[in-house]
Design a protein around this ligand. Structure first.
Ligand code: ATP
Ligand code: MG
Length: 516
């Protein structure tokens, strides 16, 4: 007998059970019927020399078989005696002689009746009353198994359904582009580039000012690529301290340095078969650049403290808001690494160059706030909406998003008015777009990102420091959240923290006393 069956192969399992029973009970037909809980029994498994094709899918209506209905209700096995007048269980399809042997046993588990087990033999007196106890016990086991099959089948079906829904969702373009709102010609060009490059394995370099959507674009490329089912691993190169950066990217072997208590995989290994997103790649420590270049060239590296080569298959997407050409000139970025990374550059236009998208973005963010908070009454007043359209948004989409989050809190359940938007923070709000109006673009101008270059004086470190201090003053030292200093300055909290560190600004100074 083949006992090599998988747990979920219910058919083989039932076959095995019926065959095993035959060793103890000499039947010519054994059938497992499932009960639908109402009035139908249907054949699930049949075994024995009398089992033929006519049984497959055969159903018995309990409305017409009150005798079987009564046995099911009684929940105990029943052995038909010779003198007992009864209709054969399978009278319509199998012709059995008068006085043949017949035993039926309800399949019950707890309060549930899940089916009926029947045994027949053409000869009389083949089954004796002694086996009834045994059959009753077997019936409970079969009932438990059937219930278990139902549960696992339902799980398998549900998993398959979820998987296919997930795959079709992931594959759908609208999903991949769900966070890339805009239909201006400049933005549509970006979406076209994403579509084009996603299908390839080419490294992508996403360029753009702060808050223009570089990370969203990187994620969209991944979602539309064949690597969608594999990980997307982001790593912020500006947050890597030189000492730990190598281990963070490439992992380390146990004992490779003090504190390396176990082997640890780096981001490259975690991203194997997927996508590694090197965010703010322009800030990657110079010491690490040769190793990164080597890894990108042949897909092989060694963990820190190890000699064994590790091979990975990783697609690289890098992003930066600094001018890499200038960084190369200044000796902060390797030219050969730049060429490796920038096989397919995608330059994201700042919001001031696609003003026709502002309205769509504002409504998109308002709707998502309404959905998330259940605050359906939230709306812009006409003046607020005009102020949004007129603002230069130097912090780009992030600034717009943060301004609306903040406004929604201040507006409570009602209308968002101009004063809720906090646009007064920007003295140039109602003038022609000037990137220097904002700290983030001011910082970029110092590193001369071409898209941010324009008229106006270069702000000094002192100005930046003052702006940060002002924002911390206003937020009472709070960095995170819509009312935090990072949001007010349109910076990511981590970026603000690293700037504070560089400029020697201590948050604690702004914490006390509690202000109104
Ligand atoms: N086109 C867009 N549609 C909808 N949301 C967007 C769009 N572009 C950006 N966002 C949202 O704006 C915020 C900033 O985007 P993202 O983090 O991708 O910008 P970034 O260019 O990486 O910024 P940084 O240089 O500061 O890291 C995110 O919350 C993102 O979801
Ligand atoms: Mg980013």
């Amino acid at each position: 007998m083949d006992t090599n069956i998988s747990v979920v192969d219910s058919d083989a399992m039932l076959e095995l059970i019926l065959q095993s029973i035959q060793k103890l009970i000499d039947y010519e037909l054994a059938v497992i019927l499932r009960y639908d809980g109402q009035e139908t029994l249907s054949v699930t498994k049949a075994a024995g020399p009398l089992a033929d094709a006519t049984l497959a899918g055969y159903t018995i209506s309990l409305k017409h078989r009150r005798d079987l209905a009564a046995i099911l209700q009684g929940r105990r096995p029943h052995l038909f005696s010779e003198s007992e007048d009864h209709i054969d269980t399978y009278a319509d399809i199998i012709n059995l002689p008068l006085n043949h042997s017949c035993l039926v046993s309800p399949l019950v588990l707890g309060d549930d009746t899940v089916g009926l087990l029947t045994f027949d033999h053409r000869m009389c007196n083949r089954f004796n009353p002694q086996i009834i106890g045994f059959i009753e016990m077997i019936s409970t086991l079969v009932a438990a198994l059937l219930v278990q099959f139902d549960v696992s089948n339902e799980l398998i079906e549900r998993t398959a359904r979820l998987l296919s829904e997930r795959n079709s969702l992931l594959a759908s373009e609208s999903n991949a582009f769900r966070n890339l709102i805009g239909n201006s010609p400049q933005w549509v060009r970006v979406l076209d580039s994403i579509r084009l490059v996603a299908a390839t394995e080419a490294p992508v370099l996403v360029l753009g000012e702060t808050g223009t959507g570089k990370e969203e674009v990187a994620r969209a490329v991944h979602r539309l690529s064949s690597r969608v089912d594999r990980p997307f691993v982001p790593v912020n190169c500006s947050a890597l301290s030189t000492s730990l950066a190598e281990s963070e990217l490439f992992g380390h072997e146990k004992g490779s340095f003090t504190g390396a208590l176990a082997m640890r995989k780096g981001r490259f290994e975690l991203a194997d078969k997927g996508t590694l997103f090197l965010d703010e790649v322009g800030d990657l420590p110079m010491e690490l650049q040769p190793k990164l270049l080597r890894t990108l060239s042949d897909g092989i590296f060694e963990r820190v403290g190890g000699e064994k080569p590790v091979k990975v298959d990783v697609r690289i997407i890098a992003a930066t808001n600094i001018d890499l050409a200038k960084a190369i000139q200044d000796g902060r970025f390797r030219e050969d690494l730049y060429y490796r990374l920038s096989v397919f550059p995608i330059a994201l236009p700042p919001l001031r160059e696609r003003t026709s998208d502002i309205e769509m973005l504002a409504l998109h963010f308002l709707n998502s706030i309404k959905e998330r908070t259940g605050n359906s009454g939230l709306h812009f007043t006409e003046q607020a909406f005009q102020a949004i359209l007129a603002h230069p948004w130097p912090g780009n989409v992030r600034e717009l998003k943060n301004a609306l989050e903040r406004a929604a809190i201040l507006a409570g359940s009602g209308e968002i008015r101009p004063e809720h938007l906090g646009l007064r923070l920007y003295p140039l709000a109602r003038q022609a777009p000037r990137p220097s109006a904002n700290l983030a673009s001011a910082a970029e101008r110092q590193t001369a990102y071409p898209g941010a270059a324009g008229e106006g004086a270069l702000p000094l470190q002192g100005t930046i420091k003052k702006r940060i201090e002002e924002a911390l003053e206003t937020s009472g030292g709070k960095i995170y959240g819509p009312d935090g200093a990072a949001a007010a300055l349109n910076l990511k909290p981590s970026t603000l923290q690293s700037k504070m560190k560089k400029l020697g600004i201590q948050r604690e100074r702004f914490l006390a006393p509690r202000r109104e």
